[in-house]
Design a protein around this ligand. Structure first.
Ligand code: ADP
Length: 369
């Protein structure tokens, strides 16, 4: 047991210093006639210094006190008692006690400060190692972003060529060229998403907020998905009785977010089930909710689906993309002072809620129509 080991080491320490004091006293007593009081005082002082430098503070003080008693009893007449005949000897004795006490105190303070300095040096070494690791991680992250940005950039030119050639061949009636063109389109979208993600990460994608009417955004989004979600009913509810609903937004980027939500809802909800798009004022925000009757998102994945490259386990490989859409959309929402989250829908399915700061016509920048 470490406690027992520590205690027995301490007891040994005490015994060793008491033995040293006894030995020193005996040795000096044997040659008492040849010694001056100053010799005795200096020899005891050396012992007190040695004890104070090695052990705990109490040991330094205890050795000083015991040395004082031995000094008095063995070397100050009358010998063998603590009485003192010559009053000047009191001066010698108390000067000795004071010097020994102060020395023991100073030594123990030096020891404490040295221990504290060692602890701090250890702490500094630990912190600098941690800072080094954090720097290395940040560097790796920056390198990854730079790599993604440069690779996606370099992929764009050959993709454009492939698409143009495939388009020509398809015009000539080659069926396989149609597939090549579609796949090149898919890759192009993926590369564009990658580029946007790295720009958002680097804070390089700028948004230009202006005041826009909610119905303009909704109208543009419905028009945009009319091809991809053809045949799916989308019911729109712009809260009745409300005055014109306005939000401060970057129109192009908000359109991307809303279109992404509608396309996802169309992808993941069973065919034939309608989608609901509801716009409502909620305090100082405007909320665009896209509700579907799809599989819903389990609670433990409601944050994770907004992480880049996250696709739900079991998500069909031919449905959706690389898991970038929602992460880009959330960052775009946040870049405009908005939010994007998902909630379960009563009765089954999910509701994706995209909020933006509400605005009114008296706000500074001009109304875009
Ligand atoms: P992708 O659709 O390309 O996989 P997203 O970032 O758009 O990437 O979506 C991430 C994941 O979130 C999807 O793989 C899917 O599992 C889940 N998800 C997105 N929208 C819905 C939805 N409307 N209903 C159920 N799950 C969804």
């Amino acid at each position: 047991m470490p406690g027992t080991g520590g205690r027995s080491r301490e007891a040994l320490g005490w015994a060793a210093w008491l033995a040293a004091l006894a030995a020193l006293t005996a040795a000096m007593a044997a040659i008492r006639g040849a010694l001056d009081k100053a010799h005795v005082a200096l020899a005891y002082l050396l012992l007190v210094l040695a004890a104070g430098a090695r052990g705990p503070r109490t040991r330094g003080f205890a050795v000083a006190l015991l040395a004082f008693l031995c000094f008095n009893a063995v070397f100050i007449p009358p010998y063998g008692s603590l009485a003192v005949h010559d009053p000047r000897d009191w001066l010698v004795l108390f000067t000795f006690l004071a010097v020994a006490g102060v020395a023991a105190h100073l030594l123990s303070r030096v020891q404490r400060e040295a221990a504290e300095a060692r602890r701090r040096a250890g702490e500094v070494a630990r912190l600098s190692a941690e800072a080094g690791r954090a720097r290395a991680l940040a560097d790796a992250d920056r390198l990854k972003d730079a790599l993604i940005a440069s690779v996606s950039h370099d992929l764009r030119t050959p993709l454009t060529t492939i698409k143009a050639l495939a388009h020509d061949l398809a015009e000539g009636g080659d069926e396989r060229a149609v597939t090549i063109e579609e796949e090149a389109d898919r890759l192009n979208r993926f590369v564009a998403d990658l580029l946007d993600l790295s720009r958002l990460n680097a804070g390089e994608l700028r948004v230009a907020p202006e005041i826009v009417a909610a119905e303009d955004l909704v109208g543009a989004a419905l028009q945009r998905v009319s091809g991809s979600a053809a045949g799916r009913e989308i019911r729109v509810e712009l809260h009745p009785g409300e005055p014109l609903l306005l939000a401060r937004m970057d129109f192009v980027q908000s359109l991307r977010v809303l279109v992404n939500l509608l396309e996802n809802a169309h992808k993941y909800a069973p065919p034939g089930t309608p989608l609901d798009l509801v716009v409502a004022a909620e305090g100082d925000r405007l909320a665009f909710s896209v509700a579907d009757r799809g599989p819903g998102v389990p609670e433990d994945e409601r944050e994770r689906i907004f992480h880049p490259f996250y696709r739900r386990p079991g998500a069909a490989p031919d449905v959706g993309g690389a898991g970038l859409g929602l992460s880009i959309s959330r960052r775009l929402a946040e870049a405009q002072g908005g939010t994007l989250s998902v909630e379960p829908r009563p009765g089954g399915g999910s509701v994706f809620v995209f909020t933006l700061p509400a605005a009114d016509l008296n706000d500074p920048p001009t109304l875009s129509t």
